[in-house]
Structure formats: C-alpha cells, structure tokens
Design a protein around this ligand. Sequence first.
Ligand code: OAD
Length: 231
Amino acid sequence: MISESARIIALTGAGMSAESGVPTFRGRGGLWRNYEPQQLATPEAFARDPLLVWEWYNWRRAAIHEAQPNAGHKALAALEQTGRHVTIITQNVDSLHSRAGSTHVIELHGSIWKSVCTGCAAVFWDRRGKLSTLPPLCPECHQMLRPGVVWFGESLPPMAWQASAEACSEAEVLLVIGSSGVVYPAADLAPIARQAGAWVIEINLEPTALSSLADLSFHEAAGQILPKLLQ
Ligand code: OAD
C-alpha cells in the first residue's frame, strides 16, 4: 500500500512521542498529581485555577524540552526524502516531527512553545523548558498569558482543520499512529480519508476506537514498527 502511494498522511497522537519520553494523556503516565488531563486542559479549569493549569503545562514543557525525536519520527521524515508527498497531521504540541525533519506538518492542537495573552491576544514564542514565573504575564499589557494549545471545548484553528480535511480527502494512504481516536474532530479525519478511498493503516500498542475502520492494524510501538514498515 505504501510503496505504491504518492500521497501519504500520518495522523499522529500522543503515543507517537511516548518513546521520546513525553507522557501520553490517557493510559499509563497520563496522571499528574492525580488529575486527569481532561480536568486540566479546559477553559473552565483555566478560569478556575490558572496557576494549577500552568503548573501542569510547565511539567509538560520540562518533559518536552528534554525529549528528542524517536526512530518513528525519523522514519516518517525519511519517507518524505523518497519523493513522496508526506503530510503529518499531529495532535501533539511538542514540535518533534519538525525537529526530525518533516517539512509538511499541521499542528492541529497548537504548540506548547506558544503563549497567547488573555487580554490583548498578543502571541509569544518561547522554546525554553520550564517557565520560572507562573502564571506568566504579557510583557505588553500585563494580563495573564495562556498556553497556545487547543483545549477541550475549543475550536481547532480553522486553517489547520481545513488543510487537514483537504489533505485527507486526497490521500492514498493514511497512517493513524499512537492516537486513542476518541478526541474529535481529529478522529473524524480517518473516516474522511477512508471515504475518499485511502487505505487506513493503524499503528498503536492496543486496539482503539478507529481500529474497526482500518484496513490493517499493527499493535506494536511506533518507534519499533515505523522504521521496519517504511524501509
Ligand atoms: P491519548 O493519550 O489519548 O492516546 C495515546 C495512544 O497512544 C493510546 O491509544 C496508546 O495505546 C497509544 N500508544 C502509547 N504508546 C505508544 C507507542 N509507543 N506506540 C504506539 N502507540 C502508543 O493521545 P491522543 O489520541 O493524542 O488534546 O489524544 C488526543 C488529544 O487528547 C490530545 O491531543 C490532547 C488530549 O487531551 C488536547 O489537549 C485538546
């Protein structure tokens, strides 16, 4: 399927970066101080206790700062070098695909290195690990900054969503890698590609909500199987 296809998409989730040491949201490693991510990654949680939410993001910033692209990220970047059009649509906010060398990366859920002012909406980028002062304030208007990521209940960046849906409707193969497939609208991309005639190949440690839609499922770690598959 892959060797005969020119347009390939990888839809990636937290499992893609698990072997780089970035904790996933669900399952093992998801808990932080006994909070589920769903309790923290919401506008309501931020309104109620911004310091708590920032402390969680600071923990994730530290882990992501230490992380390096793994063999799976590198294999996807190498696939692009073979002349195929490879688009990465990621729910991850860690920039590891770009750091591995992939050049067409759509960050559906934003970036952990971006902060947005809750007052004047100014955008700031800071790729250092942990922030020293929490919550951080806007250097322009002194209102609080918020992480530049998409939270539950918020809309995806419209351009990123449109580009993702378009890419999926033209894909020949969609690889769904390390995603539980329960967060929408990202999980809608697999049916879009399927309906447009793409092969759907799932790579995940375990069966997921998207397994029944897949033509093939590999239940193995992404960093193990991707280099073998894409070779
Ligand atoms: P989840 O944490 O929900 O799921 C991670 C998936 O990766 C699970 O299905 C695991 O079985 C699988 N997995 C773990 N390690 C793996 C490995 N080494 N190789 C392959 N698979 C592995 O992550 P997402 O599906 O990305 O959104 O979650 C989607 C969204 O929910 C996130 O982007 C985030 C989260 O809350 C927001 O914050 C809005």
